[in-house]
Design a protein around this ligand. Structure first.
Ligand code: ADP
Ligand code: MG
Length: 285
């Protein structure tokens, strides 16, 4: 007996390194006419590096001390940005102190208690502090000790080698220009968007904002494809017609929320499976 077209498309997607969770999802992939994409870990490699460490004047702490505190807290995080901070501390041979009461704040940052003081590494709450790094197109995060900013870290993450190809492919297949939804600052978002061929950029978003945007599209009758990797993307992935998670960098929460998991770490596999879905539907019809 021959396999039904949607099942054979799922098998084919598997050969592209993409896990499609059901035949219904395989069908829905070919129906999407709106695309939203996360930035960090999705359009970027998710292998960022620390590019700057600026101590704020008058705190009296050394770079080593501040970096060790920040890395100790980030060491508990699964966010791609966390790796950059931990790797930088390791490269300087720093010992990471013990952390109590670690908490991840999705789309915002991390916090924990180190030596009795609360250390937070998170997106900037005030613009002035970080304008210079943001103008360079870097992601800027602020280290705070007991609520007082003590340092600013610059972090850069490269676009994936196949991000521009994936954006062009999705545009051609769905007729919709993908929109970039990110919690990062507008400058870093626009720089990356320019590199991969995206013009519609929404920056500074919280997880709830990403969800709201997906729902707005859905209410206008659009079938939304949402692609992401993080805990911060999970609500949007769940609400989308089809949610796609990047497997290698993806958090467990995102993998669970998604209908499709890109197991082999290639973004261009996403337009490839949309195309498989369309061909399967043609066979059915
Ligand atoms: P994106 O939407 O691009 O994937 P996120 O929503 O995960 O980004 O994060 C938004 C912003 O929150 C980041 O640009 C960063 O400023 C801050 N942030 C999130 N997680 C962390 C973390 N673990 N350490 C430091 N900053 C973080
Ligand atoms: Mg992300």
């Amino acid at each position: 007996a021959t396999m039904p077209p949607l099942l054979s498309a799922i098998a084919n997607a598997g050969r592209h390194g993409v896990l499609v969770k059901s035949a219904a999802v395989m069908q829905q992939l070919g129906e999407v006419d709106s695309v939203v994409v996360d930035k960090t870990g999705t359009l970027t490699e998710g292998a960022p590096r620390l590019s700057a460490l600026r101590l704020l004047p008058g705190t009296g702490f050394t770079e080593e001390t501040v970096l060790a505190w920040a890395a100790a807290v980030e060491n508990n995080s699964e966010h791609p940005l966390a790796e950059a901070v931990v790797a930088a501390a390791r490269a300087r041979g720093l010992d990471l102190p013990a952390v109590e009461e670690f908490k991840a704040l999705p789309g915002i940052g991390v916090t924990g208690v180190v030596g009795g003081a609360t250390i937070t590494v998170a997106r900037p709450r005030h613009a002035g502090l970080v304008t210079e790094l943001e103008e360079l197109g870097e992601t800027a995060v602020v280290v705070e000790r007991d609520g007082h900013p003590i340092a600013v870290l610059g972090i850069v993450d490269q676009a994936r080698g196949d991000a521009a190809e994936a954006v062009a492919g999705l545009t051609a297949l769905t007729g919709a220009r993908p929109a970039l939804l990110t919690g990062d600052n507008a400058r870093a978002a626009e720089r990356l968007a320019g590199e991969v061929g995206i013009t519609d950029v929404r920056a500074g978003l919280l997880p709830q904002d990403k969800l709201d945007i997906v729902q707005e599209h859905a209410e206008r009758g659009r079938k939304v494809l949402a692609i992401g990797d993080g805990v911060n993307d999970a609500p949007a992935l769940t609400a989308a017609h089809v949610g796609v998670a990047m497997g290698r960098v993806g958090s467990d929460v995102a993998l669970k929320a998604a209908d499709v998991v890109v197991v082999r770490d290639e973004l261009a596999a996403v337009p490839a499976v949309v195309s498989l879905s369309r061909r399967a539907r043609r066979v059915v019809a």
